[in-house]
Structure formats: structure tokens, C-alpha cells
Design a protein around this ligand. Sequence first.
Ligand SMILES: O=C[C@H](O)COP(=O)(O)O
Length: 250
Amino acid sequence: MLLISPDSVEEALDCAKAAEHLDIVDVKKPDEGSLGANFPWVIREIRDAVPADKPVSATVGDVPYKPGTVAQAALGAVVSGATYIKVGLYGCTTPEQGIEVMRAVVRAVKDHRPDALVVASGYADAHRVGCVNPLAVPDIAARSGADAAMLDTAIKDGTRLFDHVPPDICAEFVRRAHTSGLLAALAGSITQADLGPLTRMGTDIVGVRGAVCEGGDRNAGRIQPHLISAFRAEMDRQGREHAVGVPAVN
Ligand SMILES: O=C[C@H](O)COP(=O)(O)O
């Protein structure tokens, strides 16, 4: 699945123009961090702006180790219309802290909407920000009752997912997620060139912003529908090659 992250209602409308090429519209506020949370009214407006059959995801933020605060924020996201609730475990330094936060989120979200999916996100560059190890995230997600384990990058300075967690370790992340019955989601300045390895390792959700923005610039550039469709075409091409066992060119 392809998850695209607009930062405003205007950009969500551009995503809607390419709705047939994407699977999930992910609401975030990049100026509040890698998984920065947007306002409840923006989540609601974006929910109204994109086709009803496209799920809306919302990030709850690069969260502190404060289970009550984070649970309440997660409830705000689901009440506002998101059905994928993403939590960046930025302030959690141990797996136990991550589990405590995620258990609170899962309860808050599922008490309100049992079919909503909860995504526990760690950071590929965790070593730069001092949070929990990327390979601990699938276990955190599984033990808290979440539905997906994700990695993104915390610091958006041009470094990419594979700069911090090489493909073989990402593959181990995906394997651990699948062993626990979770979806595996990967993001972090992903480009089309990364889609071969991401497909071969069985990634369920690829999260993208920069690669579908004008000039590849996630901050100054705006999401372009034609870049979403080009990215999707490459994803589908990789999917077909992988399905028939033909080695990818890159
Ligand atoms: O969840 C996905 C992120 O927004 C990815 O953003 P990025 O591709 O610019 O790193």
C-alpha cells in the first residue's frame, strides 16, 4: 500500500486528484516534527476532502513518554475521522516505555472505534535522538495490541531509511512484524530507487512525502499528483517483477 502525507487541506486535495494511485492519506504537520500532529479540524477537513473509500491516517506526534497524554491525543485523532492512528515513540527510551504508551493508545482508540488500526512507529535514526531501537518496534506493537509496526526517520536532513537501517535489517524488521501478525510500514525519504528492496522484503505500507513533492523537497515543494502516479507505477512494476520472480534491475 502507498501512504502519502499531505500537510494541509490544499495538499490533500492534490492527493485526491491522484486518489486512484494511493491507498492511505496520512495527515501530519511536518513543522512540528517528523510525525508532527496536525489539528483535529484539519484531520476532519481532510477526511471530508478525500474519497470516502480512502482511509485517512493521522499522526499523534513525536510523542513523549506520557501514556495518558498520548492516549488522549490518539482519541482526538480517531474522533476526528482518522482510521489509522500513528504514534512516533520519540520519548520512549526502552521497550517497556513503548509498550506502556502503545497499550494506552490501543485502548483509547479501540474503545471508541474497534476497526481503527493503530501503528507503533519507531525511528530508523533512533541512535541520533536517543529513542528505542528500531528492531524493538515490532515486539512493542505486538505486545501492546497494535496493528502495525513502522519506521520513519526522525531527522529530515536528507538522510534516508537505508542510510540508518540497511536493507537486511529492514527485512528483519518486516519479518518480525509478520511473525507477530502485524503490518510492516517503512518510510524515511524513500525514493523510487528504494522500491525494489522494499518490495522484495514484503513491506506492506510504504510512506512517502518528499518523493512526491515538487523538486523532491518535502518542505518547500508541494505534493504533485503526477509524481504520485509515477511513484505508484514504479511500485506496481516492482510488485509485478517480484510476483513472477524476475530479479529487479536496480
Ligand atoms: O509517513 C511518511 C513520511 O511523511 C515520509 O516523509 P518523507 O518521504 O519526506 O521522509
